[in-house]
Design a protein around this ligand. Structure first.
Ligand code: APR
Length: 224
């Protein structure tokens, strides 16, 4: 099982959250990534995600995304890719089975009936749900205080995991930051690939420090 974070998309030019010029440096999480912030100012939230959707559309998958897609295609065993990222670079790199546990920039969902639809490049706060005609469409992104997606499938995979690799995540946001502890308890060998040690580095058997585009292909070549 592989878990990716914003660091795998950094070399594609997409900003991470907690680096020096990270997204959380010039946006307050409570304003753009919480249900309360959305209720307070829907336009501000749509502007934030419209900017990120445009940046993601302009970005290209990098060697780390591509190596994961190639590995999945060639690997005869059980392989699951879970991402915290909401960009679509894994899918555009060719990964087939990707669980986007924090949602996706190119999807919207109705704040009344929950129906998920494709997001146009620019979304506005007055977009009505075509399914129930009652609700408004909001970014299909999991905000702080909301439940991540696919948790049952992820928990089952962790309990059955013999190799867990975390790539480009700072280990500061749960439940994703707790996955290494569950995988290790299930007997998995755990590898962390990052520019620097994450907040949960102690839970890993191995640390591989460096750029994702360099270390991810190396790690996968050792396993294939
Ligand atoms: N190669 C490898 N790792 C990198 C690279 C790179 N080129 N660039 C940055 N990193 C690492 C950083 O060292 C850091 O540990 O990527 C990590 C990015 O951490 P965050 O910015 O905190 O992103 P992430 O861990 O994905 O955040 C998790 O927090 O804000 C929420 O929902 C949001 O999904 C996000 C979640």
């Amino acid at each position: 099982m592989v878990l990716t974070g914003a660091g795998i998309s950094a070399e594609s030019g997409l900003r991470t959250f907690r680096a020096v010029e990270g997204l959380w440096e010039d946006h307050r999480i409570e304003d753009v990534a919480t249900p309360e912030g959305y209720q307070r100012d829907r336009q501000l939230v749509h502007d934030f995600y419209n900017q990120r959707r445009a940046a993601a559309a302009a970005a290209k998958p990098n060697a780390a995304h591509l190596a994961l897609a190639e590995f999945e295609a060639a690997f005869a065993g059980e392989f699951l890719l879970v991402t915290q990222n909401v960009d679509d670079l894994h899918a555009r790199a060719g990964s087939k089975r990707v669980l986007a546990m924090h949602g996706q920039l190119n999807r919207m969902h109705c704040d009344n009936c929950g129906q998920v639809t494709d997001a146009p490049p620019v979304c506005r706060p007055d977009m009505r749900c075509q399914h129930c005609q009652a609700g408004l469409l909001r970014p299909h992104v999991v905000w702080f205080g909301e439940m991540p997606l696919f948790m049952e499938e992820i928990s089952a995979a962790l309990a059955d995991c013999n190799l867990f690799i975390a790539i480009g995540t700072s280990g500061q946001v749960y439940p994703a930051a707790g996955f290494v502890r569950i995988a290790a308890a299930a007997g998995a060998h755990c590898i962390e690939a990052n520019l620097e040690a994450s907040a949960v580095a102690a839970g890993f058997d191995e640390q591989r420090l460096g750029l994702a585009t360099e270390i991810v292909p190396q790690i996968l070549a050792e396993i294939a």
